[in-house]
Design a protein. Sequence first.
Length: 348
Amino acid sequence: MRTIFVAPSTPHPSGGVAVLYEMASALAIRGHDVHLFHVNFFDGTIAATDEVDWFSFPDGITHHVARTGLGDGADVPPADIIFGFPFDTEMPEHFGLPVVLIQGYQMLGDAIEHHAYKAPCPKICVAGWLVEVGRVLGVPANELVHVPIGIHHDTYRTTRPIGPRPRRMSFCYSAHLQKGAELAIEVVGRVKDAVPDLEVVMFGATAPEHVLPDWVTYATQPSLRQLVDDIYNTSRLFLCTSRVEGFGLPNVEAMACGAALVTTDNGGCRDYAVHDVTALVAAYGDVDALSQHVVALLDDDDRRTAIATAGCGYVQRFNWQRTGELLEAFLARYVAEPAAYGYAERRG
């Protein structure tokens, strides 16, 4: 198949963009003809592909830098599938069958998200709860397809024993309101009062906009080696305080590296965070419960080790090879029978 991907590419790491790149890569590795159009959605796009030095693309992807979008489509080759559906314009037929990739909800605003869910074509949802959101919004069941995303387990792996780790916890920082940075700061403050020798490491794509306690170590754009070896693999715990997560890749990365997860019930985590089995889970905003969960695992090595070990084993199922297999199989079915996924009947 020839597949078109449209990505809001930036010179800085972005989880949502990385997922698009990974899906494009998964199909290219499986022998498909993949074209990746780097466009300007959020005023942060690239001018040349060498600016995306934070991602390693495989051979088999043809890159196009299209800062103003796809235009009239004259530069877009005839394709079988295109990931994306336009808001207000008629899509040229040679673009192929459209697919919308749903990576989150309540993150980009109702105008964008409801448009995505209501597009007259299949919606690929990266997490189970996003399928449920679609059902609540009235999307026909045949248009909702669950394709779990993953991580690279040859990179995100346990390199240090889970048991004898420092009394250290880590957190992926973002200033986005839905990520709960203020909640995290409050939680780590309470835990520090209860566990004075606690070490906290936060990291993020940019410098923090919040004022952090002076005893918190912060890493801006850590290298992959630093993230895996010096942060995830030295942490007893990984904390997530998001109100919503589309999936929560940092959570899964940390779990694969042997850190026990303490998380809010944010939607995406439901695919891998089973309370008191693979993680400890609390309601968003429940500072008491989140703090108690962290202290409990810091104080009880046997319980922490059991949860971290179970979590590490559980997340092995989330890998890009499996994602590529599921994605390829769905696209083949869709190309063979578009009406089965709502496209032809709704378009007509």
